[in-house]
Design a binder for this molecule. Structure first.
Ligand code: AMP
Ligand code: ZN
Ligand code: FE
Ligand code: FE
Length: 280
């Protein structure tokens, strides 16, 4: 049996692995195919592709776009993206810039609370275009301003806490279109985690291609429910561990094993999309 893990992060967003380390871990876990889905960036994809091809592993370039629909945050995964697509790169650069400004705002809020974190420490640690709250949390731990990552979120960074700063997000409908024009398939990430069931029909109408049925934080009952929803709306079935490296416990890569037949169905759907893009 061949398996894939289609939801993975590296240092190019808030994961701790380099693309090369990620591929090594994928190999150790016996995976045949991986997708890189860093938040709002495709920066790590070229290196991951090179590392995969050196070990004959299949690689799918992707990204996890932070989006919203009716005030609900939803993460849309893009798969088989053309990572040189100009429209995609320009649009995600705007959201990377929002993420960078948000770091300044979060640090300012912390400083106001008397926490002497320097914005430079966060950027030095993040060292990527798409920084986020986990980098602020790690910098707080590194500077010994808090005991743990969880504490940092609980005290300061969680929604509603004093250093939480909302971020401007792309509309989910736009994210689907953006992914399609870059030759990719759009998939709703971890619906069980964001509780985004109500918005599935609207996204399907907008051309959503698939739904992430298997995810670390989905129970068996949840996965079964989303498999039924996939069947009902004729959506592709995807899955992945959402591994962020060593940021929390032991790496999650390989703990969610998507049977390879789903990757084959995705590849077929992608071919269909490319020929319809070509006709436009
Ligand atoms: P951001 O995109 O900057 O809002 O950060 C979101 C990321 O923060 C998610 O991908 C999670 O990995 C992480 N995160 C969110 N909430 C928590 C929490 N309560 N504890 C630890 N990590 C969290
Ligand atoms: Zn993340
Ligand atoms: Fe997510
Ligand atoms: Fe993720």
């Amino acid at each position: 049996m061949k398996f894939a893990d289609l939801h993975l992060h590296t240092q190019f967003s808030d994961g701790t692995f380099t693309p090369e380390e990620l591929v090594l871990q994928a190999q150790k876990n016996g995976l045949s195919c991986i997708a890189l889905t860093d938040h709002d960036t495709v920066e790590g994809c070229a290196r991951a592709a090179t590392a995969c091809s050196a070990v004959q592993m299949e690689f799918i370039p992707g990204s996890e776009l932070t989006a919203e629909h009716d005030d609900t945050e939803v993460h849309i995964l893009g798969y088989f993206l053309d990572i040189e697509n100009r429209v995609l790169l320009e649009r995600i650069a705007q959201f990377q810039s929002v993420r960078q400004s948000r770091i300044h705002e979060m640090v300012a809020a912390l400083n106001k609370l008397g926490v002497p974190l320097k914005v430079e420490s966060v950027f030095a640690l993040a060292n990527c275009k798409s920084p986020g709250r986990p980098h602020v949390a790690r910098a707080l731990v590194k500077e010994k301003l808090i005991g743990s990552l969880d504490e940092a979120f609980e005290r300061y960074l969680k929604k509603g806490r004093p250093a939480w700063v909302p971020k401007t997000k792309m509309s989910a409908l736009e994210s689907v279109e953006l992914i399609h024009q870059a030759g990719g398939l759009a998939v709703m990430a971890h619906p069980g985690l964001n509780r985004t069931d109500e918005i599935i029909p609207a996204l399907v109408d907008a051309g959503l291609d698939g739904i992430e049925c298997f995810h670390t934080k989905h129970s068996t009952v949840m996965s079964e429910r989303y498999l039924e929803i996939a069947e009902e709306y004729d959506l592709l079935v995807t899955g992945g561990s959402d591994c962020h490296g060593y940021s929390k416990n032991k790496p999650l890569i390989g703990t969610v094993k998507l049977p390879y037949e789903h990757v084959e169905k995705m590849a077929a759907a992608r071919q269909k999309l490319l020929s319809s893009n070509g006709r436009k």
